[in-house]
Write a protein that binds this ligand. Structure first.
Ligand SMILES: [Zn+2]
Length: 205
């Protein structure tokens, strides 16, 4: 019994070499496949990284494009707003030179009543003083002298009326072609870019 067991214990498997070889092959195959998987996995990770990089680059490009677009929009809006404002202001801005019609009102003594404001009239054979019909009793008449002058825009006032959709501009001008007394104001249609335009308007009046 003992001997048998001993014998059995020390018996060498006749398939041992074969099994070892198979196992070695299996191990190698497993390793190979594992290596392949690892390689695939690594490649997948690399691909993913590349994709992420591409996505990140695209995002960055997109962001830049959005910034450019934003800047372009801003510029466009600003230029548009500037153009619109210039258009509304008749092409003018503060500090520009502008032509305008200067009006001077002079008191001229009435040549009918000679400044008295009253004239002698005969009514039913009686002489009496009545109000001078030419100066309405003021004794003087107004004489307007108009001239074409130039100045610098120092203030611009804008008025809009919602109902009438009206837009009016009032310019405050410091005269440069004569010694300025006061700042002159001119409304839309009363200030011009050139002397010629201004003179043309004066002739129409
Ligand atoms: Zn008079």
């Amino acid at each position: 019994m003992y001997e048998y067991e001993q014998e059995d214990y020390f018996e060498i498997d006749e398939n041992f070499e074969f099994n070892t070889g198979i196992n070695k092959l299996l191990d190698e195959e497993v390793e190979k496949r594992l290596a392949e998987r690892v390689k695939n996995y690594q490649e997948a990770i690399d691909r993913d990284k590349k994709s992420q990089k591409t996505i990140s680059d695209l995002r960055s490009d997109m962001h830049k494009l959005q910034l450019n677009l934003g800047a372009a929009e801003k510029t466009f809006k600003k230029e548009g707003a500037d153009d619109t404002l210039r258009e509304l202001l008749g092409g003018f801005k503060l500090g520009d030179e502008v032509w305008f019609v200067r009006r001077r009102y002079n008191r001229v003594q009435c040549d009918t009543c000679l400044g008295d404001g009253k004239v002698i009239a005969e009514f039913k054979g009686e002489e009496m003083k009545v109000q001078c019909p030419k100066c309405n009793g003021y004794g003087h008449n107004s004489d307007i002298t108009k001239s074409v002058e130039k100045g610098i825009i120092k203030e611009i006032e804008m008025h809009t009326w919602a109902n009438g959709k009206k837009f009016e501009v009032k310019m405050y001008i410091d005269p440069t072609t004569y010694k300025p007394g006061d700042t002159v104001s001119a409304r839309t249609g009363e200030f011009f870019k050139t002397e010629e335009e201004c003179e043309a308007t004066l002739k129409e009046e």
